[in-house]
Design a protein around this ligand. Sequence first.
Ligand code: DGJ
Length: 742
Amino acid sequence: MLFFNFNKPFRQWQPTKSNLLFSLFFLITSQVLAQKQILIPIETRQHALALQVGADQRVGITYFGKKLKTPAEYQYVPAMYRRGDDYSGILNAAYTPAGSRNLVEPAIQVTHSDGNTSLDLQYVSHKVQKIDKNVSTTSLLLRDPQHPLEVTLFYKVYYDENVVEQWSVIKNTQQGPVTLHKYASANLYLTADRYWLKHYHGDWAKEMQTEETQLTTGIKVLDSKLGTRANLYQPPTFMVSLDKPATEDEGRVLYGSVEWSGNFRVDLEVDPLNNLRIIGGINPFASAYTLAPGQEFSTALFLYTYSENGKGEASRNLHRWARKYRILEGEGNRLTLLNNWEATYFDFNEPKLAELIKDTKRLGVDMFLLDDGWFGNKYPRNSDKAGLGDWQENVQKLPHGIGYLVKEAKNNDVKFGIWVEPEMVNPKSELYEKHPEWVIRQPGREEHLYRNQLVLDLSNPQVQDFVFNVLDNIMTKNPGVAFFKWDCNAVIYNAHSSYLKNQSHLYVDYVKGLYKVLDRFRAKYPKLPMMLCSGGGGRVDYAALKYFTEFWLSDNTDPLERIFMQWEYSYFFPAISHDNHVTDWGKQPIKFRTDVAMMGKLGFDIVVSKLEPKELQFCQDAIKTYNSIKDVVWHGDLFRLASPREHDYASLMYVNEAKNRAVLFNYMVGSRYGAGTDSPIKLKGLNPDKKYKLKELNLYPETRTPIKEDAVYSGDYLMTVGFNPLLNTRRTSVILELTQVK
Ligand code: DGJ
């Protein structure tokens, strides 16, 4: 340890003889010290995080940013020198323990078996495990020298995608129980002049409202305490720009997200040195977790990617990672569909559904999806007030059961999918009468319902079996079922489990119970496509998407609002995971609604029989067109070109890997007189040396394109000068396909 503050000598440095001598001494000393210290770089193709074990065995973060050519140089970075002695190894700790020297927000806080509340974590060892050419995991074992508690920090690196997942495993090596009061997944430390946080908030039908603000000193907390539908009000995804707000193509930006389908918390703390501490993980709110001797606790994963080239590159990194490594069948196919929710709500019967199945075929989509309302007999599910939990076909509505519908679908050469909400129960249900002990509620207190329902206690293994069986029974009886929509419409009020001894385990054990069910389901049905729905986008996160092929962004399908919502979701989740349905929400014509839904996975939730002949013709043609471009949308790279927040229009494009095909989506969001694109929009992601021609897709019957489709442009021209899709208040959406000309 050197006994001076590095801040002053650097700021007031003058080239005197004694200063030069001192600098030489400092340089040599720091190099010698540094050589003795263990340096652990965590590197992706473009980014690095460097950990350093100090002489006192404490592990600090010495660097976060663009990868250096010589990893050994991470130990000399000025950010390190700016720290005074008082702070070193504390503010920049790799995993900040509470109760010893640290006085800032901790990553971990415990009470030992003897009641002691201090924790000091010191380096024991580390190793790097190579999983394959692209993926490796670095793990560091830390131990408290006084109180035998072990923490292993994990950093899983996806090299090419520039993505890192971080988590920790905490092991109680004491004779008695240890209580964890905080147990974050990650603890990051970033240096910049200023920090800009872009984060989200919302509500039902209002998902992904965004704000971008400068972080000031103190702690900004992003969190959820809802138990289920955890991100109804605030999602666990955010981005931080360093120095100034990053644009699409410029600036340093970190995307972060907690992978946890329950209560999460992210602390963003601008510390006394103007560095940014980010601590993210499960929300410890009402969730002190007690570990028995020998027991381990694995935290949630914290995901991040970092780019020096703006928000666009960061998204593409994350999308590639998500498609390749996380989303179920992320590089595979999806089913276009017709859903009956808004067409019928709860009011249907067999003949009506049989007609809708025929409409599915007529429309030309792959699947019919039967939504809520098909179950419950003693308490029929004819509204959202009853029947939830009683997963037997309603004999009035479906006298021949699901099997009949699966057969009808087969006869019409389409697939059949079905809605479930297996974690929930209406008090008016047989399940509730039979198993009141399975319901989360405070004994003796009045029940508080959300959408007339309560949440089942997934910490209870019997409930886990029940939930698994809801889906498994459907599949066993009807192996032809090709898709599930898994909904989740209530939050947890009055959190109490009659199964758990320790109530403060409920929020965590609920989510772990949910993952157990989903693991079991996936072990038996590894690839069955499934939509993650939560009364809209109340639950999407990257832990859940391991089990799901896609997610429902919002019940709000008004296409104008969707442009903004889909735009914001697109920062974090690739198009292949976005379920966009054409509905009757909004005042826009069917073309606009369809064009907007096409920038993800297309579905319909309309009464097909009520479409005008031209509208039907348009939809049928649009589905054929979609089938011809979906590969580019689902598997290509996304480039956002013109933000709807900055223009009267939004424009974005997907480019395939070979850069010989691209699809450009353009939508008007302004309706002011004269609004439109009066100058070209610069395209991105093309090969400058390739030549392309453009073709307008999805033209409404009997309309013509004003675009010159025989013109040929170089990628260079299109990216430098741009192209005008000729949007205006009468031509409100334009989809263009770019194809390479040989
Ligand atoms: C909420 C979902 O978001 C809707 O799409 C629909 O499935 C209803 N639940 C059914 O109750």
